[in-house]
Design a binder for this molecule. Structure first.
Ligand code: ZN
Length: 256
């Protein structure tokens, strides 16, 4: 039984066939989906999806959409977390160092969301691009007891272990399926069983062989096969590890 630990099912890319996408995923064994929130404007759509038994939701302010955020969104996020105990994490938040001009603002929003996560005793879902060392350092300083998910991890083994030692789990997705991703493959081979979750980041981050196409949660089963082959484990074992790690990190209860 699989879980897609990170997919944007609220995005407009799924407006035409969202139910069919979920059914297709269920047919290949995906039993649960975790949908992060990216902007204040989208939180209500995300919460609406969270009404479904098979979907858990998060709320946050994504660094990619920094131009959409206002400082008052942070107060609203605080209120939202108070009003909606079904929200399982703060995120997607984080740092994307490809966008250097907005980095100071990205750090402000990230710090504020880490503070909210701590205050509400929730994990964080972290988007971290070309900033693994600085983000790990900040998370250590912050001392978030509930830790969280470093989504779409793409760093070195040393960086991976830094996050794992802080209690975080690493999200493995489409990037793992590319033959050229040698460094990531070495990380995946060496990770402990309790340190990773499987995800797709749908509709983004298509797998190898699907470039240019919309990514979908059903492909988490292919991610699972690739990760299992790299780790010389069965797909069943990798799926079970990912499931247990996801349930632990987000404190979910799903019937087996
Ligand atoms: Zn995402």
């Amino acid at each position: 039984m699989l879980i897609d630990a990170h997919c944007h099912l609220d995005f407009a890319a799924f407006d035409q066939d969202r139910d069919a996408v979920i059914e297709t995923a269920k047919r290949v064994g995906v039993e649960h989906f975790i949908v992060p929130g990216t902007t204040r404007q989208r939180w209500q759509q995300v919460l609406a999806l969270g009404q479904r038994a098979e979907i858990s939701v998060c709320a946050g302010l994504h660094p990619y959409f920094i131009a959409d955020h206002r400082e008052s969104d942070l107060t609203e996020l605080d209120d939202l977390l108070n009003e909606h105990p079904e929200i399982v994490a703060v995120g997607e938040c984080g740092i994307d160092a490809r966008f250097g001009d907005t980095l100071p603002a990205q750090w402000d929003y990230f710090d504020a969301q880490c503070a909210l996560a701590k205050q509400h005793a929730l994990p964080v879902v972290v988007h971290c691009v070309k900033a693994n060392d600085t983000v790990a350092k900040r998370l250590r300083q912050r001392g978030l007891a509930s830790a969280g998910l470093i989504h779409a991890f793409a760093g070195s083994y040393e960086q991976a272990i830094k996050f794992v030692e802080l209690g975080y789990v690493l999200g493995l997705g489409g990037a793992a399926t590319y033959p050229r991703a040698k460094r990531l493959h070495r990380v995946i081979k060496a990770l402990p069983d309790d340190s990773f979750v499987l995800e797709t980041d749908s509709p983004d981050m298509p797998l190898s062989g699907y470039q240019g196409l919309r990514n979908e949660p059903c492909r988490v089963s292919e991610v699972c096969r690739v990760v299992a082959a790299l780790r010389d484990q069965t797909s069943e074992h990798v799926a079970a590890c990912s499931r247990a790690n996801t349930l632990r990190m987000f404190r979910l209860f799903i019937r087996p």
